[in-house]
Ligand binder design. Structure first.
Ligand code: ZN
Ligand code: ZN
Ligand code: FE
Length: 756
């Protein structure tokens, strides 16, 4: 009879991460008997033996836990010994375990890398090698529980060797659902553009490598979808890819064979290196070195988006090449990424010349995630592979809720119990394909988490497709103002209950007063908000057309401060960027207030200033002008405001007026001040302006959210200024500051407004 026995319930991300074999190992190490099993909300174990051994066991449990597991809570009870004789792993209890957390996909671990490089190993050069510590998860899962039969591996029966490993608690592949080997698992094939097979297995991989070397555009089926791949050193191939993909200037992401090679082309900080090599393995935006990779990869952009190989397939391909590749999503601009090889042949027809495919189906599209370092912390800009669908903790909700996000950079979310599950990046809901992907992602969250939403939460906007969808579901709908949702997303991420001063700056969002918001200061709690300050408004000639033409925002701003006289300043870049006729039309539009919505948008203010100093009067992709302004500011050593914003309090709230800044910018531009210094002075003025508003409002916690806070300089200077003035700033780390976080803010609001 053992001296003592414990019963422990472990909750968190403890399934599908090698947790039970780990328990088995430490129980044996301490000579304990008992059992461990999966239950719906985690793992239950009982262990019996010497009291001191049990204490040591419990210590190991917390300190040595498997790298991918996350323990939320351990409840330990001492119970009577029952004289068990061995330690066993028992089968799961109950049919499904919908409360268990679904793991995100995990980059290949060091052990699996060794396997594929060891000529004596049976997985030598096998591109689908994985184990309990790594491999596909979310991209292969159809439904819970996480068993092979519920994944896209169901069609592959394990060979006796794989089965033996799968059943052996001492093996790294014990219960590794996607485990496979060359004898029993998925295989590669190389197809021409008509889908005719050219080669199989390793030959297919080497054939694809040869095509890339020859300068061809190769479509590669990876983990969460297709990449379009070309040799990153081949400018002609890159140009061809740009033409075919209708992506003229937007930077391409790169995949490098090794960290050492990345280091030759970009400056890598310690944190950036950690992110590059993390299990999430995202695209990391980093500053490029002069004389490195071709400018065609990211024209006029001082940063490069770089990732390392994250599946054995990518490792083997990049090793065969020995040089970096462009690895951009396999889609037409703005459509969701292709996941199916037959579909890819059709959709990527005329773009890709050859296709490296395989027969492991992809359950859902999952793009590469994008992160950057801001203020010394990770900041996720696109949250997808490696991050989705891991939950964010929320206060408990008695009923499941679904939220449907914004129109651009859409994601959807579900709240259940005390978790919010945010979907992978879906994208801009501009095409029927994107809308289909939206419907699929929303349905998938419901199915996976067995959550039938009792209520839907959506943006206030009358015309967003996502909101219309929510209103058509036949369940009660709660609407949340866009910028309030931004602030709530950041509050949810940090577990804040407020009240906080939320600074929500972005391109556009529907304001309840009929104007377009985008430069907001909100006094917010999870229950309600009040708009306490805003950037001075101006009229945007042409409405949505202004998004692609910063010169329109500039004219709107000039008209706001000078009226008709603005059109006499023909020396200014935004005016010279228009023809005489265009100027006349715009003047008339502004004077008669035709198709010129009023906005407080900070994003459009950035555009206006970019156009005023002569950067990008027109843009090729969203945010291009604002980014150019940010990069210009980075190059400057100036850190003082070019002028201060003027705060005008009224009964309704404070107007933060940019007029003094704009006048100072015009003067500086006319007197020949370098653009870099003007840009830096503008950033500094905004950071100071935020602090001035914060001082007026008097709340200590300041939340920074919205697309403008993707700008690292604005974010860092604002944080620094706020801290120096005694405030506590909060900004985004694992949830995007852009509209990718809106659905999280929406469900958070929903959980606070349960109607019975
Ligand atoms: Zn592994
Ligand atoms: Zn096998
Ligand atoms: Fe937004």
């Amino acid at each position: 009879m053992g001296e003592a026995r414990v019963h422990a319930r472990v909750q968190g991300a403890v399934q599908g991460v090698g947790f039970r074999p780990f328990i088995y190992r430490i129980a044996r190490k301490h000579q304990l008997t008992g059992h461990v099993m999966n239950v719906p909300d985690g793992v239950i174990l009982e262990a019996e033996g010497q009291k001191t051994s049990l204490d040591a066991f419990l210590l190991d449990l917390e300190q040595e836990k498997p790298p991918l597991s996350l323990i939320d809570q351990i409840e330990v009870q001492w119970i009577n010994p029952v004289d068990s004789t061995l330690f066993e792993i028992r089968h799961s209890e109950g049919a499904g375990d919908p409360a268990a957390l679904i793991m995100a996909d995990v980059a290949t671990c060091a052990d699996c890398l060794q396997d594929i490089h060891n000529p004596k190993d049976r997985r030598y050069r096998y591109p689908f090698t994985n184990c309990t510590n790594c491999g596909p998860r979310f991209t292969i899962l159809h439904r819970l529980p996480y068993d092979r039969m519920n994944t896209t591996m169901r069609g592959f029966a394990m060979c006796p060797e794989c089965q033996r490993e799968y059943n052996d608690p001492g093996d790294r592949r014990f219960h590794a659902q996607p485990t496979a080997c060359p004898a029993c698992g998925p295989q590669l094939a190389l197809w021409d553009a008509e889908g005719r097979e050219q080669a199989m297995r390793d030959e297919a991989l080497l054939g694809a490598a040869q095509s890339i070397r020859e300068g061809r555009i190769v479509a590669v089926k990876g983990l969460g979808g297709f990449h379009l791949v070309v040799d990153a050193r081949n400018e002609e191939a890159i140009r061809r890819l740009r033409t075919h993909k209708h992506r003229e200037e937007k930077p391409f992401a790169l995949m490098y064979p090794t960290l050492e090679q990345v280091r030759m082309d970009v400056e890598i900080s310690e944190l950036e290196q950690r992110l590059l090599q993390s299990p999430e393995c995202p695209i990391v935006l980093m500053h490029r070195k002069a004389g490195g990779i071709s400018d065609a990869v990211a024209p006029e952009c001082p940063r490069l988006g770089v990732m390392l190989p994250y599946t054995p397939l990518h490792h083997l391909l990049l090793e065969a090449l020995g040089f970096p590749i462009v690895a951009t999503s396999g889609n037409l601009s703005e459509e969701p990424i292709c996941t199916n090889e037959r579909d890819a042949l059709d959709r990527l027809h005329g773009i890709a010349e050859i296709f490296l495919v395989h027969n492991r189906p992809i359950a859902r599209h999952v793009d590469d995630s994008i992160v950057q370092v801001a203020a010394g912390r990770e900041m996720v800009l696109r949250r997808s592979r490696g991050y989705a669908p891991l939950p964010v903790k929320l206060p408990p909700t008695p009923e499941p809720l679904a939220a449907f996000g914004a129109h651009l950079k859409n994601t959807v979310a579900i709240a259940k119990n005390s978790n919010a599950f945010l979907s992978q990046h879906i994208g801009d809901l501009e095409t029927p394909r994107a809308f289909d992907a939206f419907l699929e992602a929303a349905q998938a969250l419901e199915t996976l988490y067995d959550a039938r939403p009792i209520r839907a939460v959506c943006d206030l906007h009358p015309d967003y497709l996502a909101s219309k969808h929510a209103r058509g579901l036949g369940v009660p709908v709660t609407e949340v103002q866009h910028h309030y949702a931004h602030v709530l997303a950041c509050m949810a991420e940090h577990g804040l209950t407020g009240p906080v001063l939320g600074v929500a700056w972005d391109g556009t969002g529907f304001g309840p007063d009929g104007t377009i918001w985008g430069g907001e200061f909100l006094r917010a709690t999870p229950v309600e908000y009040e708009r306490v300050a805003w950037l001075r408004t101006f009229h945007l000639p042409g409405g949505d057309a202004a998004v692609k033409e910063p010169r329109r925002s500039a004219l709107g701003i000039l008209y706001a401060i000078d009226g008709d006289a603005a059109f006499d300043r023909k020396d200014l870049p935004p005016l010279t960027a228009f023809s005489e006729t265009e100027r006349k039309t715009i003047k008339r539009m502004l004077a008669r207030n035709l198709n010129s919505p009023e906005t407080s948008s900070a994003g459009r203010l950035f555009d206006a200033v970019a156009a005023l100093v002569g950067l990008h009067p027109r843009t090729r992709f969203e945010g291009q002008a604002a980014m150019a302004l940010e990069y210009a500011a980075h190059r400057s050593t100036v850190s003082t405001p070019i002028a201060n914003m003027k705060l005008t309090p009224s009964k309704k709230g404070i107007t933060a007026d940019w007029e003094p800044m704009i006048r100072a910018i015009i003067t500086a531009k006319q007197s020949g001040t370098p653009i870099d210094n003007i840009a830096a002075g503008f950033h500094a003025a905004l950071a100071h302006g935020i602090v001035d508003v914060a001082k007026h409002i008097g709340l200590k916690d300041i939340v920074l959210s919205g697309g403008c806070f993707q700008n690292t300089l604005l974010t860092e200077w604002t944080i620094q200024q706020l801290r120096e003035n005694g405030f506590t700033p909060h900004w985004h780390h694992r949830i995007p500051p852009n509209d990718g976080g809106i659905a999280l803010g929406q469900v958070f609001y929903g959980t606070q407004h349960i109607i019975d």
